[in-house]
Write a protein that binds this ligand. Structure first.
Ligand code: IMP
Ligand code: MG
Length: 181
C-alpha cells in the first residue's frame, strides 16, 4: 500500500441516498419488470446494490438479486488490461433483463466484460448502473445507462469503494491523496 491520506468528502451520505432513490426510479421507469435480474459486481457494489434494492418495492419491482465477483485490479489504483471471473453467478439469464450494478465506471473494461458475458448467456437486455462515472478515463467504448455522479480523475473511497480493500465502510465518498506522487 502506498502512503496516502483520505481527505475531503466529495459526496455525503445524504447526497448519495437521494441520488440512489432517483436511480431506482429511473430503473423502474425504463426496465421491463417481469424478468428483471440485478447483478452486483463485487466487491465494490455491495452497499450500492443493497441501497438500490431497498428502493425496489415502492416501485413494484421484484428483481432476482445476485452477485458476480470480477477482478482487474490487484491491490493498486490502476486497472489491469484483463478482467477475470473470481466467483460466478448461478442465475439463469436466458431471456432476462439484466441490470449490471457496479460502484464506478473507470476504464470501462469491467462493465464491458460483464455486459458481453450476460448477453452471451442469453440475457434479452443488459443495462449498466454505476454510482460514479469517471468519464475521462474510458479505454473501451461503453456508456452507463444509469449513473449517479460524475467524478474527475481522482481516486475515491467509501460507500463500498476501496483502496487495497480498505475504507469500504465509510458512509460517504472521499478523495485519496497519495503522498508519493
Ligand atoms: P474499470 O474496469 O477500469 O472500469 O474499473 C472498474 C473497477 O475499478 C471498479 O469496479 C472499481 O473496483 C475500481 N476503481 C476504479 N476507480 C476507482 C476509484 O477511484 N476508487 C476505488 N476503486 C476504483
Ligand atoms: Mg475495487
Amino acid at each position: 500500500m502506498r502512503p496516502h491520506h483520505v481527505h475531503e468528502v466529495l459526496f455525503t451520505r445524504e447526497m448519495i441516498q437521494q441520488r440512489v432513490d432517483e436511480l431506482i426510479g429511473e430503473i423502474a421507469g425504463t426496465c421491463k419488470a417481469e424478468n428483471l435480474v440485478m447483478l452486483g459486481i463485487l466487491r465494490g457494489s455491495f452497499i450500492f446494490l443493497a441501497d438500490l434494492v431497498r428502493g425496489c418495492a415502492k416501485h413494484n419491482l421484484h428483481p432476482r438479486i445476485d452477485f458476480i465477483t470480477l477482478s482487474s485490479y490487484g491491490g493498486g489504483t490502476e486497472s489491469g488490461g484483463t478482467v477475470k471471473i473470481t466467483h460466478d453467478t448461478d442465475q439463469d439469464l436466458l431471456g432476462a433483463d439484466v441490470v449490471s450494478v457496479d460502484d464506478i465506471l473507470d476504464s470501462g473494461r469491467t462493465l464491458a466484460f460483464a455486459k458481453e458475458l450476460f448477453l452471451k448467456r442469453g440475457a434479452r437486455s443488459v443495462r449498466t448502473c454505476v454510482l460514479l462515472d469517471k468519464q475521462t478515463r474510458r479505454a473501451v467504448n461503453i456508456k452507463a445507462d444509469y449513473a449517479g455522479f460524475s467524478v474527475g480523475d481522482s481516486f475515491v473511497v467509501g460507500y463500498g469503494l476501496d483502496y487495497d480493500n480498505r475504507y469500504r465502510e465509510l458512509p460517504h465518498i472521499a478523495g485519496v491523496t497519495f503522498l508519493d506522487e
